[in-house]
Structures are given as C-alpha cells and as structure tokens.
Write a protein that binds this ligand. Structure first.
Ligand SMILES: Nc1nc2c(c(=O)[nH]1)N[C@H]1C(S)=C(S)[C@@H](COP(=O)(O)O)O[C@H]1N2
Ligand SMILES: [Mo]
Length: 188
C-alpha cells in the first residue's frame, strides 16, 4: 500500500512560513564559517569558499513543521552530511551531533539519523541562494524529521558521546521528531 504523502495531523501550504527565535543573523559570506569539532579525528573549519569546494548534491524534499504545516517539493542543493562525516572521521563512541547556529539556536540529532543519505547542509533552495530569513548562507536539512531539527544559519557541528537536547528539546519537544510517528512532544 502506498503511504500518504502528508503525515498525520499536517496540512499542506503553498507559501513558505518563516519561523525562528526572532533574530536573523546577516553574516556576509566573508564572515561566515562552519566549524566541525568534538570527538572526531579531523576537526575542520570551512570558509564559504571551502564549503563550496565540497561535492554537492541536489535533493527534493517535503517540509513538515511541528506547528502543522507541510510544504511539498522543495529543491535544495548542498553538501551531504555523510560526506562531512567521512571527512572528519568521528571516533567510534560518537552517538550524537549537536547543530549550533549563529542566532544561538541549537538542536540535537543522533549520528544514525544525521548519516541518512538525504541529510544535507544546504545553501540553495529552488534555484536561488538560500535567503537570510530561511537560514542562509547555510542551513541543515533533515527531511525525515520535523523542521525544527533543520538548524538555520549553521555555525558549528559538534560530535559527542553524550546527547545534549537543544532549544526546543529542552522545552518539551520530542528528542527525535519523526513526523510519520507524530513525535511532536516529549510524551508522544
Ligand atoms: N538557527 C535557527 N534555526 C532554526 C530555528 C531557529 O529559531 N533558529 N527554528 C527552527 C524551527 S522551529 C523551524 S519550524 C524551522 C523554520 O524554518 P523556516 O523559517 O525556513 O521555515 O527552522 C528551524 N531552525
Ligand atoms: Mo518549528
């Protein structure tokens, strides 16, 4: 049986709402960098230029926000999280990734989910550079989770042994956030 495209409790929208904590860092590409550190063999810091030199993929994904809207067919370009993991070589005891942003936002994801082939660090959406309001220059994209896991304005990715719940996860949101299982809040 073909499963529904719309997860339970969601409604389809055609626009793209902007949701964040209210301050939208506008860095400029020369100021932007992405640090990857923690329990890994090769810590790195990518400038914008170095980020662009990584292999790029195109992904088409649906967005599912925990507040109830979903948006189909978003076309993204970016660098695969799996490529990043191969580059930095986390030690075997690493179980979690902590995504940290220029606005102070944080969110956590297991390395298993972060490794999924459709998880990318995105810089283009529907043919254009990602706008500042949607997290440019670079945001995380985790199509298999509710959208709060897709950190905008990515600044640092830390690989850790211990889990560290982020902004929403410490305010009652589910730790994993799978929309197909309706993992919205802690007790779901
Ligand atoms: N840096 C940062 N990333 C963030 C947020 C935020 O406040 N700051 N909000 C999250 C939430 S709750 C959602 S629903 C999506 C919204 O992304 P959008 O504004 O591009 O639709 O970004 C997620 N990533
Ligand atoms: Mo959200």
């Amino acid at each position: 049986m073909k499963r529904d495209r719309l997860p339970p409790g969601q409604r389809l929208v055609k626009n793209w709402p902007v949701l964040d904590l209210g301050n939208k860092p506008n860095l400029g590409l020369d100021k932007w960098s992405l640090r990857i550190d923690g329990n890994i063999k090769n810590p790195i810091k990518w400038t914008w230029q170095e980020y662009l030199e990584q292999p790029q993929v195109e992904i088409i994904s649906d967005i599912h926000c925990v507040t109830g809207w979903s948006r189909y067919d978003n076309r993204w370009v970016g660098v695969k999280a799996a490529h990043l993991i191969e580059t930095v070589e986390p030690w075997p005891e690493v179980k979690h990734c902590i995504l940290q942003s220029y606005d102070g936002y944080q969110t956590n994801v297991s390395i298993e989910l972060f490794k999924e082939s459709n998880v990318i660090l995105a810089f283009k959406w529907n043919g254009d550079l990602l706008s500042v309001e949607h997290g440019g220059p670079v945001r995380a994209l985790l199509p298999g989770q509710y959208f709060w896991k897709s950190a905008k304005w990515l600044r640092r990715i830390e690989f850790t042994e211990e889990d560290r719940p982020g902004y929403w996860e410490t305010r009652g949101y589910h730790n994993t956030g799978n929309p197909w299982k309706e993992e919205r809040y802690q007790d779901d």
